[in-house]
Design a protein. Structure first.
Ligand SMILES: [Mg+2]
Length: 114
């Protein structure tokens, strides 16, 4: 089995801001909208980084995603809110650079934008 190629390795090293700017660029390309918490210190602790929605309303609630680096850990508050959102049936999850490499992020956004 071969490991990641050089391009994939570069993506896997993305800081969270780099992951976010790539996600946001794709959201815009798909004509989606997003809300991002710019200063988490002045917001509800643990609230997901990103809420993405599409004005055609094909996806009922939009997507809530916590962004993390490859090795970033969820805080307790983040884990609690993710579980609460999930229990409410919200589309919630965590995206990491590996999910960009695998195409999961792109697939989830394209699916929500359809
Ligand atoms: Mg984050």
């Amino acid at each position: 089995m071969s490991g990641p190629n050089p391009l994939e390795r570069a993506v896997l090293a993305w800081p969270e801001a780099e992951l976010q700017s790539n996600v946001v660029a794709l959201v815009k390309a798909l004509r989606g909208r997003y809300f991002h918490v710019y200063d988490s210190r002045r917001s509800v602790p643990g609230y997901p980084d990103l809420h993405v929605w599409f004005p055609n309303c094909r996806h009922p609630v939009g997507l809530f995603r916590e962004l993390k680096t490859e090795r970033g850990r969820l805080s307790d508050e983040q884990a609690v809110i993710i579980e609460q959102f999930r229990a409410c049936g919200y589309d919630v999850g965590v995206w990491r650079p590996r999910d960009w490499v695998s195409g999961r992020i792109q697939n989830e956004l394209r699916e929500a934008a359809r």
